[in-house]
Ligand binder design. Structure first.
Ligand code: COA
Length: 162
């Protein structure tokens, strides 16, 4: 297995918090596959294609970052298919811990050869979440440095279209 990690998420939309984890992850891994996990029963603001397109724009010209997606299947099956042995996730606060711990243990049970690695979110990102950003933008606030400009632009286009 190569020194590659998969960094999965809903990315609805991607935030500076996600980007920071990927950038710092590249100090440890030679390559990171940022993968949009699509759950067709979940109601998302952005389609899978839109989320993938935003991530491709954010990480354009970065050969060490691949953007991909998978739908209605297990993350560990995706990792096995890509022959990747590490899952990279960010941890913000203690509130993330229970959920992440549960997922890491379940994934370990399903695929013992796949390890989960956590990186602590940097303090300037610990308050960020995708839903918080959507609420701020919907209510007329400025997302500032919480999301890349492309994400703010795409969200505003969505709001106008409603
Ligand atoms: N900084 C700031 N915010 C962050 C962050 C960071 N480093 N990392 C995550 N977040 C926020 C996101 O903005 C998002 O906010 P929201 O809850 O307001 O939307 C939230 O944390 C979680 O988002 P994200 O990391 O994008 O995705 P997720 O928690 O929905 O991802 C999967 C979960 C995709 C990893 C998981 O559902 C999965 O593996 N699915 C595949 C199916 C499967 O294998 N299931 C069994 C798992 S045991």
């Amino acid at each position: 297995m190569s020194n590659t990690a998969v960094c999965p998420g809903s990315f609805d939309p991607p935030t500076e918090g996600h980007i920071n984890i990927v950038e710092r992850g590249l100090k440890i891994f030679d390559k990171i596959i940022v993968v949009v996990a699509v759950n067709s029963t979940k109601k998302n603001t952005f389609t899978a294609q839109e989320r993938v397109a935003m991530l491709r724009e954010i990480f354009k010209n970065r050969s060490e970052i691949e953007i991909d997606s998978f739908q209605d299947s297990l993350l560990v099956d995706y990792a096995r298919k890509k022959k990747v042995g590490t899952i990279l996730r960010g941890l913000r606060t203690i509130a993330d811990y229970d959920f992440e711990f549960q997922m890491a243990l379940a994934n370990k049970k399903l695929a013992p050869e796949v390890e989960t690695v956590f990186m602590m979110t940097e303090s300037q990102n610990s308050h960020i979440s995708s839903s918080l950003i959507k609420e701020i933008l919907t209510l007329g606030g400025q997302a500032g440095d919480m999301v890349p400009a492309i994400v703010e632009k795409k969200f505003r286009e969505k709001l106008k279209g409603k």
